[in-house]
Design a protein around this ligand. Structure first.
Ligand code: 5GP
Length: 190
């Protein structure tokens, strides 16, 4: 099978990476397909099974771990497992497309280490932890407890930024989208 490129976007929750990834998916010249992760959490808001995530039970998730079906997986928050199935990458490469990931920093770096040549690992940096808090509250899809859990994790995640190939500062969304587009375009055309 011909390997396509792997484009990883990682960042603390609320940094705007999902918005940037969605924007890139709309750019046909980049030939991207979204890597749908498996997740053990329940769908949020308008999320759809088989589009945003493969929503599976914790039990099913653990079976996949045992069967070594994952390229990487992580207990991102307590009892909330997320992972990239090997079959997902194969599915996308078989379509002749490049894979784009919206995953946490540990998973993102793991993919970079497994496929160093094929991967562009991008870290999306929010203006500040206070701004992250404001964005998460505005999104209001999570409880106060869950928001606090995400904020606590953000500082640890921010410290991993230098390990990525490149950092995009998301201070202004349109600027960040354009910067991401140019970076990915250059990488996929290499
Ligand atoms: P959320 O619950 O907000 O959708 O995602 C929580 C975190 O898990 C985000 O940082 C998201 O990028 C990350 N995530 C989503 N899918 C995966 C995956 O397959 N592997 C890893 N390691 N993290 C993931």
């Amino acid at each position: 099978m011909n390997k396509g490129k792997l484009i990883v976007f990682s960042a603390p929750s609320g940094s705007g990476k999902t918005t940037i990834v969605k924007h890139l998916l709309g750019q046909e010249d980049l030939n991207l397909e979204f890597s749908i992760s498996a997740a053990s959490r329940a769908p949020r808001g308008e999320e759809v099974h088989g589009k945003d995530y493969y929503f599976i039970s914790l039990e099913e998730f653990k079976k996949h771990i045992k069967a070594e079906d994952f390229l990487e997986w992580e207990e991102v928050y307590r009892d909330n497992f997320y992972g990239t199935l090997k079959s997902e990458i194969e599915r996308i490469w078989a379509l002749g497309k490049n894979v784009i990931f919206d995953i946490d920093v540990v998973g993102g770096l793991r993919i970079k280490h497994k496929f160093p040549e094929e991967t562009l690992a991008v870290f999306v940096k929010p203006p500040s932890v206070d701004e992250l808090k404001r964005r998460l509250k505005q999104r209001s899809t999570e409880s106060e407890d869950k928001i606090n859990m995400r904020i606590a994790k953000a500082s640890v995640e921010l410290a991993t930024a230098p390990q990525f190939d490149t950092i995009i500062k998301n201070y202004d969304l349109d600027t960040a989208k354009e910067e991401a587009y140019q970076l990915v375009k250059e990488f996929v055309n290499k």
